[in-house]
Write a new protein. Structure first.
Length: 380
């Protein structure tokens, strides 16, 4: 039902785009037919990217993922620009009805072509810029966070926070290596991968994930599942990451002692895991812990913060949102997750959300550059 609703909505929106950008700007004939066929092909690529992008071998999937996902981004900004331009079209409606032509065409066609050209130029410019940002790779964001119960001896502990790499048809081994090199340059005390590492099976992406074996830190690398691990076959990835020297935290915790000071690092399954009978359980992860000791929780989705508050967690580290990835999509993300990026306070619990290292779908980031965050824990 969800796919039918989304598919129907996309079909209607594409009809609107065809009307405004093709039918209103051209006369019946070859140009209009070619434009219609091109639009149908782009939609077909987009559907193929959605349906088969995580199922096929990335070497094959990239051939329809690149055009399909780029069209999705262009379509998104064409929609926004065209809708905004409906306002001046409305005000110029009476002017466009005049019989006096402009540049050899009717005023109606002139107005339609002008707004189509503006919408097209805006969409191409924004997507072009966003592609260079997304493919340029993540930068490092450094964030000091004071924990009310942190043992002063553990103050200065640095966690490299990685999220939303989304290895798949568009991002492969070379991107993973860039992430690993960037993290190792920071010389962290621990590395936390908070989900959505992959979009595909171990069979297809084991080679792309291989550089993770070279992550270096004082206390090791930890991993929690994101929703995309469940779409990709979470059990095989949970079994595979330990072969890369990464420890999954599945509703469990570890105690970390640093320079004589100890705190707890806990991790929970993704918030959607209940659909695969693999629930997220903060209570189970924290059962029996010393309440005087600080606890840092790894949870893929920011929406888990209410459970963290209920269990007196000091800090939750999350990803999932991509910072919105393509503005103004962050407005919807905020409604669903409650937080988009950065540090926020929820009762006695602090929540930090990273924008993520990679991207999902379109290789485009606008208003939300990719990042890896180095969180430095500090005592009061």
């Amino acid at each position: 039902m969800f796919l039918l609703v989304v598919g129907g909505g996309l079909a209607l929106l594409h009809i609107y785009i065809w009307k405004r950008l093709v039918r209103d700007t051209t006369s019946p004939g070859l140009v209009r037919r070619v434009a219609a066929v091109a639009l149908i092909l782009l939609v077909a690529f987009m559907i193929a990217a959605f349906v088969f992008g995580t199922q096929a071998d990335p070497a094959v999937a990239q051939w329809f993922a690149w055009p399909g996902y780029l069209w999705l981004a262009l379509f998104y900004y064409l929609m926004l620009a065209t809708l905004v331009l409906e306002v001046p079209r409305l005000f110029l409606r009476k002017w466009a009805k005049s019989d006096e032509p402009i540049a050899g065409v009717s005023r109606r066609v002139f107005l339609a072509r002008g707004t189509a050209a503006i919408a097209g130029a805006a969409a191409v410019g924004i997507v072009g810029y966003g592609t260079t940002v997304a493919m340029g790779g993540p930068s490092v964001t450094r964030v000091p966070i004071t924990l009310r119960r942190l043992d002063p001896r553990a103050s200065g502990f640095r966690i490299a926070l990685i999220s939303d790499v989304h290895l798949g048809p568009l991002l492969g081994r070379s991107f993973t290596q860039r992430v690993v090199d960037l993290v190792n340059e920071q010389r962290p005390d621990a590395v936390a991968i908070v989900g959505d590492l992959v979009d595909g099976s171990v069979e297809h992406l084991a080679e792309a994930a291989e550089p993770l074996r070279d992550l270096r830190s004082t206390h090791g690398t930890f991993f929690v599942t994101g929703n995309h691990e469940y779409y990709s076959g979470y059990t095989e990835w949970v079994d595979h990451v330990p072969t890369l020297g990464i420890r999954p935290l599945r509703n469990e915790r570890v105690s970390i002692t640093h320079h004589g000071g100890t705190f707890d690092l806990a991790g929970v399954n993704d918030a959607t895991a209940y659909q695969w009978q693999d629930d997220a359980d903060v209570g189970k992860a924290l059962r029996g812990r010393d309440p005087a000791r600080a606890v840092v929780l790894l949870a893929h989705q920011p929406v888990d913060v209410q459970d963290a508050v209920d269990h007196d967690v000091d800090l939750q580290l999350s990803g999932h949102t991509h910072g919105g990835q393509i503005t103004p999509f962050e407005l919807l993300v905020s409604l669903q997750q409650g937080a988009v990026a950065g540090l926020s306070q929820h009762g006695n619990t602090q929540l930090y959300v990273t924008r993520g290292a990679g991207f999902w779908g379109p290789p485009v980031r606008v208003g939300a550059p990719p990042d890896i965050t180095v969180v430095e824990l500090r005592a009061p």
